[in-house]
Design a protein around this ligand. Structure first.
Ligand code: ZN
Length: 119
């Protein structure tokens, strides 16, 4: 084990997912066992932060003044190349199937993930 990969939910510019060492299944939300084979031999890995848009919507009325200043913005479901689906902010003009990179935008003392079209 070489430490925990960076993850934006911990205030770091990165995205981590969990992987099963026994069967190779990857997933996003941390749990202590594999949802496919039940093995407890699992580990956190760093995503390469590349994927494709599975779904996207545009937020025009944000939930707080801080977010309203950024509206309109997209919220997307991204299928990462590692086979894991995550929710991120996104450029609002993207379409389903677009290839994206996920970058980490600073906010407060942390970061949030934003999908950007890959050229
Ligand atoms: Zn497994």
């Amino acid at each position: 084990m070489s430490g925990t990969p960076a993850d934006w939910t911990l205030g770091q510019p990165g995205l981590a997912y969990e992987a099963c060492i026994a069967c190779g299944r990857n997933w996003y939300f941390q749990r202590g066992f594999c949802p496919r084979c039940g093995s407890t031999s699992v580990e956190m890995r760093a995503s390469g932060c590349q994927g494709t848009v599975h779904a996207i919507t545009t937020v025009a009325r944000a939930p707080s003044p801080e977010w309203q200043a950024r509206a309109p913005y997209g919220i997307a479901l991204i299928d990462l190349d590692e086979g894991v689906r995550v929710m991120t902010h996104a450029e609002p003009d993207m379409a389903i199937g677009d290839a994206v990179n996920i970058i980490f935008s600073p906010m407060g003392s942390g970061f949030f993930p934003v999908a950007q079209q890959r050229s």
